[in-house]
Design a protein around this ligand. Structure first.
Ligand code: MTE
Ligand code: MO
Length: 545
């Protein structure tokens, strides 16, 4: 009688490649091959990117492309929840996806060797397109992804080939793969896999080294900068600008705790010696190109300016105050023949471009109306930190950073708001964005248990270039009490404030509002950050025992 099941000694059906156990082993090793191939792609890409530029690496390029396409609400969410770690979270996310894809492609390649390798090439193409499509990217930026993918496709092909059953090779007695028709070349696989992994790691490390040595050059150029003595020094910060209250942000924000907001996954490291800034465009009768040392030769001014981010929620941390030195941008513009619109100039917008392709649009009128709009080269007594724009950045008192404070600036084009929308404007933020009058309670902290007795309620208030006239505090929706203000440093800086609260025990809500020197009181109406800055009163809930 013939059973339905094949006889024990029949050869396994075509396509079957061995016992269940052996099939699992091979699948796992194929997945591992995929992972090694992915690792190889990144290592090789890192090496090539060191020659092109570090930002051209596939993970950075894809990350940058994701950032450029992130809707404002999601970007805000990321900034709010991850803060400055948002970029790390993004890169880890990309690496995780890449690893999962690599595992899957490895398994696919076991069955369909060519298709597996082709899939690696497709992924390489994604990296290449992302890199070449970055605003500051060129066709050469595709190279790291392309070369990485080609090498990885080859490695995958080779490794998976080692997993093919060796024809005619029968399992040795006692081989766990007993029953398999043939076994693969284990030794060969292990050797090839180890060699591929080691070579990838080597390529990656050499790439890192090369990048680091370029960055060391930039760091050396920063160390060599001697900041000039300003021709127009900032007056000393008046005594009493800092009220000296525990828990309130210091009047001058130290560089290391100054907030950082930008789209750069790799902080640009520019050699000051090779840096140039070009000024050109509409109504520029004498286009200019200046180097770092040309700027140092010019009239240098020193000013205290508070910089705020439009993505700062009510009560949020994205604001800081520093003592900057630099040259007046209006001086350079006048030298280039630029006239503001109020004097008949044809351009109403300055578009600043950074080395990383950011574009920031600022009203020409604001820059030339006499305020201290700067090309800054120093921050709190040192050259700009790399993360804050070394060697030169823009700053315009009274405007949010995204419409004024271009870091790593390299180009200024005069144009019109009608003709050109800058980076954030293309992403649904307003063309024009003066800073809104705002205030923040720094102490007590939310859900603190202060007192009982007199509790200092204190914080900062800002309305850059208009100045703060009054700050008021209320408890549980009661009457507004006028706070005592810290001494005024200048119209372009924030002011500290304090109100001595005779706290009674219980659960209380504290609220603050500021009035600027034009007489405008901060509105209590709540609005989100998009499109031109959050509004509302900051409130803090506390429990007095
Ligand atoms: N090149 C470049 N400049 C930039 C940005 C950027 O993403 N890239 N972000 C802007 C924004 S939104 C703000 S709020 C300020 C923040 O400056 P900081 O990081 O020095 O605090 O820089 C501005 N300049
Ligand atoms: Mo910002």
């Amino acid at each position: 009688m013939h059973g339905v099941r094949p006889h024990q000694n029949d050869p396994p059906p075509r396509g079957s490649t061995g016992s269940r156990r052996s099939r699992w082993t091979r699948a796992a090793l194929a997945a591992l091959s995929g992972l090694i191939a992915g690792f190889c792609a990144l290592g090789v890409a890192e090496l090539i990117a060191a020659a092109v530029r570090p930002e051209a690496g596939p993970v950075t390029a894809v990350g940058g492309a994701v950032i450029d396409r992130t809707p404002p609400a999601l970007k805000d969410f990321a900034v709010r929840n991850f803060g400055t770690a948002d970029k790390l979270v993004l890169q880890l996310g990309i690496l995780t996806l890449l690893a999962l894809f690599a595992l899957a492609v490895g398994v696919l390649a076991l069955r369909h060797r060519r298709t597996g390798s082709a899939a690696v090439l497709v992924f390489g193409a994604v990296g290449a397109v992302a890199a070449a499509g970055r605003p500051e990217g060129g066709p050469g930026d595709a190279l790291p992804s392309v070369v990485g993918a080609v090498v990885a496709a080859g490695v995958l092909y080779l490794l998976v080939g080692r997993l093919a059953p060796v024809p005619g090779r029968s399992p040795a007695a006692g081989d766990p793969d007993k029953g398999a028709r043939g076994t693969f070349d284990r030794r060969g696989f292990v050797i090839a896999a180890t060699a591929a992994a080691a070579a990838s790691a080597g390529a990656g490390l050499v790439g890192r080294r090369l990048t680091a040595s370029v960055q060391a050059g930039a760091a050396a150029s920063r160390r060599e900068v001697v900041l000039p003595v300003p021709d127009s020094a900032a007056p000393a910060v008046p005594r009493g600008a800092d009220l000296g209250i525990r828990g309130v942000s210091s009047f001058i924000t130290p560089n290391k705790s100054f907030y950082r907001v930008d789209t750069a996954l790799v902080v640009p490291q520019i050699d000051a010696g090779g840096w140039r800034l070009r000024i050109h465009g509409r109504g520029v009768s004498r286009p200019l190109t200046v180097g770092f040392h040309d700027l140092l030769e010019r009239e240098i001014v020193e000013r205290d300016i508070t910089l705020a981010c439009v993505s700062n929620e009510v009560g949020g941390p994205y604001i800081g105050n520093a003592r900057w030195i630099g040259v007046r941008l209006a001086d350079l513009l006048r030298e280039a023949g630029v006239k503001p619109p109020s004097q008949g100039g044809p351009a109403d917008q300055i578009v600043a471009r950074s080395v990383d392709g950011m574009t920031i649009g600022t009203p020409v009128e604001d820059v030339m109306d006499g305020r201290d709009a700067l090309l800054a080269l120093g921050m709190n007594g040192e050259p700009l930190p790399f993360a804050h724009g070394f060697p030169v950045r823009m700053l315009v008192p009274g405007l949010y950073g995204y419409v004024s404070a271009c870091k790593w600036i390299q180009d200024i084009e005069l144009t019109t708001f009608d003709d050109y929308d800058a980076y954030w404007v293309k992403r649904s933020w307003s063309r024009r964005a003066p800073v809104k009058t705002q205030s923040r309670i720094d102490t007590p902290r939310p859900f603190a248990s202060p007192g009982p007795g007199t509790v200092p309620v204190a914080g900062v208030a800002w309305a850059q270039h208009r100045g703060i006239a009054r700050v008021e505090v209320r408890v549980d929706g009661g009457a507004w009490h006028t706070a005592r203000l810290g001494a005024q440093d200048g119209l372009d800086t924030w002011r500290q404030w304090v109100w001595e609260w005779p706290a009674t025990s219980g659960h209380h809500t504290l609220e603050v509002r500021a009035t600027d020197r034009t007489g405008v009181t901060q509105t209590g109406e709540r609005a989100g950050t998009v499109p031109d800055g959050a509004t509302g009163w900051h409130s803090v809930v506390v429990d007095v025992p």
